[in-house]
Design a protein around this ligand. Sequence first.
Ligand code: 6GU
Length: 237
Amino acid sequence: MRIDIVSIFPSYFDTLDLSLLGKAKDRGLLDLRVHDLRDATHDRHRTVDDTPTGGGAGMVMKPEPWGEMLDEILLDTDSATDSATGNDPLIIFPSPAGEVFTQRMARELAHEQHLIFGCGRYEGIDQRVFDEYSARGRVRLVSLGDYVLNGGEVAVLAMIEAIGRLLPGVVGNPDSLVEESHEDGLLEYPSYTKPPVWRGREVPPVLLSGNHGAIAAWRHEQSLERTRQVRPDLLEG
Ligand code: 6GU
């Protein structure tokens, strides 16, 4: 998978060199390219924002640097393979006004060939940038949840981690992807390791029974109970 990220804080993404995703990069499973939006400015102050037209508080990101940067990335895209396979790039703008990111969406996005993340700051990006690229291709606004961050960078880090670990070969043991929270619409059951007693607290005896059927049933019941307690919304519909 190829991922391009556009941001005025490219160093936010240095952490993607660490851990599983860093290894995926080294092994060529993930082609990650981070772009500084200010490289697409031409004034001495490398200006990316301006006052909102019509008045109001804060600043809005100007359309020109976004247009120049996104055009350059799209030109540098292998449209021969991408379009022929119906895999033209998908542009994602992180935004609290977008559709909510879920495990289902992560699974969907893990099938894409090429994602482009455009990280806005300030009060947002001039609407015409969304309109322009929606008219030319696929664009989605995606939110992490119902709270406000100062910019899209942290949201994009979270999304890339959720998507990247689903790419074939990134997580060493694919079984570990199956039994985790949200994969079956439930929260994950509690996990234990050795020692069997710690500070007087025992591991539930069923887990030491060797009865795989009983263990699976216990774990499922724990998942259900946890979900009922903290996320009953997941059990509806
Ligand atoms: Cl994707 N961006 C910003 N700025 N704030 C958010 C968000 C995204 N998701 C939740 N809050």
